[in-house]
Each structure stands twice: as structure tokens, then as C-alpha cells.
Ligand binder design. Structure first.
Ligand SMILES: Cc1cc2nc3c(=O)[nH]c(=O)nc-3n(C[C@H](O)[C@H](O)[C@H](O)COP(=O)(O)OP(=O)(O)OC[C@H]3O[C@@H](n4cnc5c(N)ncnc54)[C@H](O)[C@@H]3O)c2cc1C
Length: 336
């Protein structure tokens, strides 16, 4: 009888891990990894600033799950299957020792993501898992007994089992081949990505993270006005628009420079964690304390000129009127 076949779509961390573990659980399976590019584990290579932050030293599922504000319950279920200790043991059994840094992040003792890549590649070879590169799966159809996978060049293969480990895509249209199977696709949002800048001024900071940091916004000593909105607010987009309009109105009647709208979670100025978003932010903008649907915080720079503007009754009146007018316009647009 011919072997049952598992096709894993994607030659990244998830695909490799799935393939290796499937082989361990069922040595009779024929396993093939299909990768659309010419590279394998390319994200693992760059992860953790080239050191690969393999896991985090936290042995409480509830505590770890809190770090995933958009998927707390979902990850809890997964963590009950495979958690931090399992990760440490999995790599330990394969000769990869992990070390814990002061903040709990765990890296291979070699401080190199290549160690993780080498470990996964060794396991793939040991389990005789085949890899097909330069092959993009374009369509996935369930037949009578097997899956039929069609590649970009129209060739296809049949498989008893399929694991989709294709990673993230920037646009929801790129998930069309999975949507065709009846899955619901959430609109993707940018999360972690490589950042290309022309100079290497900040290259030495790669992989550094700090525990309690104070982030200062350049230019807060300027003669300027700017706004803050709360990250993850139901009305985040509307608040952004409102803040932008109010700042513009204030800047138009003063000499204050318009410095734009920022998220309160990016400043590190307040240690208050919002119950809804799990993000740190300004106390005054946080929905734990401020239940207004629309909330923006406007700030004026701590600079000699701006202080004079604030102390001058004429400027204050002008600013007040500008805010009132813009707010009235914004509200009336929303009513219509
Ligand atoms: C700069 C950076 C630093 C990071 N640092 C860390 C870290 O320190 N620790 C950590 O845990 N995580 C880190 N991450 C996140 C981590 O790298 C990713 O979460 C992880 O690598 C995702 O693995 P994956 O297998 O799900 O997806 P991917 O690595 O994206 O792999 C998916 C693969 O599927 C292939 N593919 C897609 N569609 C098809 C198709 N139709 N047919 C065939 N092949 C297809 C893709 O080409 C790709 O190779 C970092 C990410 C980045 C970008």
C-alpha cells in the first residue's frame, strides 16, 4: 500500500515545525514542503535582530496570553497544546540550548538565528522530508478522497493531508485561494515588518529592547501643537480626523507649528494599561477612565514662545474660537 501523503504549503518556521513533528508522530507519512520562493526560513534568519527570540520565559498560560490583546483566548487553547516548556525541551532534545535574558526573552546560547535554522534543516533531512522550491500553490481543491493542489504553472499534485503554513500576506486579495475554500479572511494589518532605510544610523540598535523606557518625542520643546489619540479605540479613525482638524485650526490662528497626530501608546509617557486594548497609554484617553466615544488630547509645546501664546488672553480667545468652529463643523458633518 502506498504511503499517505502530507503536503505542507510554506517553507517558513511554521511549515518546518509542522513537517518535522508530523514525521515524528507518524513516520509512515510521506511529507513534502512546498515553497514558492528560492529561500527557506528566511524570516527566521532575520528574526530577533539575527539572534532569533525563540520564546519568552513565562510559565503561566494566563499571563503569557495577556500579551496577545487581539487573540488572548485563541492563543490560550494553543498554549495548552504546546507551551514555553515544550519549546525549551523540543530544542534542548535536539542540542539547541536556550538562554534567558533579564527581560525574559529566550535566545539560542549562540546568539545566532542560524542555529535554529540548522536545527530545523537537520531534522528535515533526518526525517527525509522532501522540499519543492519555486513552486507556488495557486489553488487548493478537495476532491473525493484527496486534496488537489494546483501550481502557478498549472501542474498539480494530490495529497491526503494539507497543512497551510503560508505566513502572512499584506493584502486580503492574496488570501483568495484560501477564501475559495470557505474560510473567512480578516483584513490584514501591519504588525512586524522589516524596515528599509537608506542609511544605517540605527543598525547598531538591532535586537535591543528595553524594559521601562521613556520615549521622548523630538520637538516637544518646540513652538508647536500636536494631538494624541488612543490606540485601538472603536473610533480611532474618527478621533484621528478630529484631532488633525483641531490642530490645523489652532495652528491657523497662531504661530504654532502643526506637528500632527500621534498614538498615545507610542510615547511611553504613561504606564497605564487599557483594559480593552491591553496597550499602555495616557490615563486621560484610556477607556477605563474616559468613556466618551470620541476623545482626543491636544498638546502645546513647552517653549518660551508657545508659553506666551498660552498666557496671552487674545491668543487664547482666538484658539478657543477656532476649536469651537471646527468642532461644530465636524459634528454637523457627522449628523448629515
Ligand atoms: C524583522 C522580524 C523580526 C522578527 N523577530 C522575531 C523573533 O525574534 N521571534 C519570533 O518568535 N518571531 C519573530 N518574528 C516573527 C517570525 O519571524 C514570524 O512570525 C515567523 O517566521 C512566521 O513564520 P511562518 O512560517 O508562519 O511564515 P513565513 O516565515 O512567512 O513563511 C511562509 C512561507 O510560505 C511561503 N508561501 C506563501 N504562500 C505560498 C504559496 N501559495 N505556495 C507556496 N509557498 C507559499 C512563503 O514564501 C514563505 O516562505 C520576526 C519577524 C520579522 C519580520
Amino acid at each position: 500500500m502506498s504511503k499517505r501523503k502530507l503536503v505542507v504549503i510554506g517553507g517558513g518556521a511554521a511549515g518546518f515545525f509542522c513537517a518535522v513533528n508530523a514525521a515524528a508522530f507518524n513516520p509512515e507519512l510521506e511529507i513534502i514542503i512546498i515553497e514558492k520562493t528560492t529561500k527557506l526560513l528566511s524570516k527566521v534568519k532575520v528574526s530577533g535582530g539575527g539572534r532569533c527570540n525563540v520564546t519568552h520565559y513565562c510559565l503561566s498560560i494566563a499571563e503569557m496570553a495577556k500579551n496577545y490583546p487581539r487573540g488572548e483566548n485563541f492563543v490560550k487553547k494553543t498554549f495548552h497544546q504546546f507551551f514555553t516548556n515544550d519549546t525549551i525541551n523540543w530544542f534542548g532534545k535536539r542540542g539547541v540550548q536556550l538562554k534567558t535574558e533579564r527581560d525574559g526573552r529566550m535566545f539560542p546560547v549562540t546568539n545566532s538565528s542560524q542555529t535554529i535554522i540548522d536545527c530545523l534543516m537537520t531534522e528535515i533531512n533526518k526525517c527525509e522530508i522532501k522540499i519543492l522550491m519555486n513552486r507556488e500553490v495557486k489553488q487548493l481543491v478537495i476532491g473525493n478522497r484527496q486534496w488537489c493542489l494546483t501550481f502557478a504553472d498549472s501542474l498539480n499534485i494530490l495529497s491526503d493531508y494539507v497543512c497551510v503554513a503560508s505566513g502572512g500576506f499584506a493584502k486580503s486579495a492574496q488570501f483568495a485561494w484560501l477564501k475559495d475554500l470557505g474560510h473567512t479572511i480578516e483584513e490584514p494589518v501591519p504588525s512586524l515588518f522589516t524596515f528599509n532605510i537608506p542609511e544605517d544610523l540605527i543598525k547598531n540598535l538591532m535586537g535591543i529592547s528595553v524594559e521601562s523606557a521613556l520615549v521622548k518625542i523630538m520637538g516637544t520643546k518646540r513652538n508647536a501643537v500636536w494631538g494624541y489619540i488612543h490606540y485601538g479605540d472603536k473610533y480611532e479613525a474618527e478621533n484621528r480626523e478630529l484631532a488633525a482638524r483641531l490642530i490645523k485650526a489652532i495652528a491657523s490662528v497662531t504661530t504654532l507649528e502643526n506637528r500632527g497626530v500621534l498614538l498615545d501608546s507610542t510615547t511611553g509617557r504613561n504606564d497605564y494599561r487599557c483594559k480593552t486594548t491591553g496597550k499602555r497609554g495616557f490615563y486621560s484617553l484610556d477607556e477605563n477612565i474616559n468613556t466618551a466615544p470620541y476623545r482626543v488630547l491636544l498638546e502645546i509645546g513647552d517653549n518660551t514662545v508657545s508659553r506666551e501664546i498660552l498666557l496671552d488672553p487674545v491668543s487664547r480667545k482666538k484658539m478657543g474660537e477656532a476649536i469651537k468652529l471646527e468642532l461644530a463643523a465636524w459634528l454637523s458633518e457627522r449628523k448629515n
